[in-house]
Design a protein around this ligand. Structure first.
Ligand code: ZN
Length: 324
């Protein structure tokens, strides 16, 4: 069956938190608020998308550095920053813009992964049709993704460490200079894209800074992108220590946050329309095994830079992660 027809076919799925689940919760509790009867529990199970085999599921990976209006590290990226809560609001609004597009065009279940180190999604402001995932045990990108998802998207992402004219760019943390998977230089996006490829989940949409969307186009040209800011500082910064590199790519030309939301919604709509029309257009990013990950670090917090190597006979996901 064509995916477009399948999307329609699968529309019986219901959002957790949507009106029907309120009804179901009422049914489950009964008029006296008693513990759910087994019949009522069965009713809940039937409409619970996690147990519903026919949901069309989308996974959204997020980060903070590629969000329009997030200006620098000290003020915007950390809980100690004076604009940290504003940054979280900006990111959550961008995610919501993407969710509007995806839910309008057939995705029934949306899971949002908060991929920023200190956390950056404001769950109170997050579209109620989405669920938030945070806390995934050992750090493995893409965080929390599994084979049950039909597609994946990125919002707020930055380019890989050392990219000229990028913004607040790094790979995992400020101490990584470069990492190569079977010789291919990759950042956080590459980790996620190869991980998703191994899990059989196609990437359809990615928003963030311009340097990031160029990275997306180079690795996965079929992914629809939206650039919401453009880095103004050239150079790779490869010669810098981790402490110096943290403050190196701190200059960008930003869209107004509301204009960024509009652009994300428009481009996300395009991506899901293309996906519904021709699923095969969205390929899986793969490399032939065995896998070898080389990681170069900078000097950082008194530790000298070094190169480490990890190898795995048949799994990219088995390789992560190589930071100090
Ligand atoms: Zn990041």
């Amino acid at each position: 069956m064509a995916f477009e027809k399948r999307l329609k076919h699968l529309k019986s799925c219901v959002y957790i938190g949507g009106p029907r689940s309120v009804v179901a919760a009422f049914l489950a509790l009964g008029h006296d608020g008693a513990w759910p009867s087994s019949t009522a529990q069965n009713q809940l199970a039937r409409i619970n998308p996690r147990r519903h085999p026919r949901c069309v599921k989308l996974f959204i990976m997020t980060d903070l550095e590629g969000v329009a209006g997030v200006i620098n590290g000290a003020d915007w990226l950390y809980p100690t920053g004076r604009y940290y809560e504003t940054a979280k609001r900006f990111l959550t609004n961008e995610i919501n813009a993407a969710i509007r597009a995806f839910t309008d065009h057939g995705f029934d279940e949306i899971v949002v992964a908060d991929g920023h180190g200190a956390g950056a999604v404001n769950i109170e402001l997050l579209d109620r049709r989405a669920k938030l995932i945070r806390g995934w045990g050992p750090v493995v990108r893409p965080f929390g993704l599994d084979r049950s998802f039909h597609a994946m998207a990125y919002v707020g992402q930055h380019a890989k460490a050392g990219t000229p004219f990028s913004h607040l760019t790094h790979t995992g943390w400020w101490d990584v200079r470069d990492q190569r998977l079977n010789g291919v230089s990759i950042g956080e996006y590459g980790e996620g894209a190869f991980g998703a490829g191994e899990l059989g989940v196609p990437l359809i949409f990615a928003s963030g800074e311009l340097a990031f969307t160029k990275e997306v186009a180079a690795l996965t040209p079929w992914v629809v992108t939206a650039s919401v800011l453009e880095g103004t500082i050239g150079g790779s910064g490869d010669e810098l220590s981790g402490e110096e590199y943290e403050r190196f790519h701190e200059g960008a030309l930003h869209l107004h946050p509301e204009a960024a939301n509009d652009l994300i919604e428009i481009r996300a709509r395009e991506s899901v329309q293309l996906f519904a029309k021709d699923r095969q257009r969205f390929k899986l990013l793969k490399l032939d095994p065995p896998y070898r990950l080389e990681c170069d670090t900078r000097s950082y917090r008194g530790k000298a830079g070094a190169t480490s190597v990890k190898e795995h006979p048949d799994s990219i996901l088995g390789l992560w992660k190589c930071q100090q």
